[in-house]
Design a protein. Structure first.
Length: 155
């Protein structure tokens, strides 16, 4: 059950984006919004039983950690924190991640939504949301997710 929770932590954000959409400019402080997308991969239990740690590609390239704050057989509540390659951070509110039962090999499908709630540097005051879907291999302690959404620069 704990392993399933960690998989949930990896779910941070939904797929989409054609690459042609105007990307958000985090330097802007006028509330302008832009599309974001990419992937996330985490290691279950990389920090401890309730935390994951991994990498992010795409518009939020850098690292991600997730903290499991609630776990049930069908969903978990997690809190994500991102740190970009430039050193800026982006925080998220607690989010529900729904997941299916593991298959015989211990793999699960999961999906959820992230609500961004500010950060530091370029993301001070930033808001937005992203959806994510992906899978986790409980036996190997690995997750991979695709995220997409919108991020609005702070004012």
């Amino acid at each position: 059950m704990l392993a399933a929770a960690v998989v949930i932590v990896g779910v941070t954000v939904t797929a989409g984006g054609t690459g042609e959409a105007k990307k958000p400019d985090p330097e802007r402080r006028d509330g302008k919004c832009g599309k974001i997308s990419g992937t996330m991969m985490t290691n279950i239990g990389a920090i401890d039983e309730t935390h994951t740690l991994g990498t992010v590609t795409g518009d939020l390239a850098g690292a991600v950690s997730a903290t499991i704050v609630e776990l049930t057989p069908s969903y978990a509540v997690v809190v994500h924190n991102f740190v970009t390659e430039a050193g800026d951070s982006l925080r998220a509110r607690p989010a529900r991640v729904d997941f299916g039962p593991p298959n015989a090999a211990g793999q699960v499908l999961a999906s959820g939504e992230i609500i961004f709630a500010g950060g530091t540097g370029k993301y001070t005051g930033a808001t937005g949301q992203a959806k994510a879907f992906g899978s986790g291999d409980l036996a190997a302690g690995q997750t991979v997710f695709r995220y997409s959404g919108e991020l609005c620069a702070g004012k």
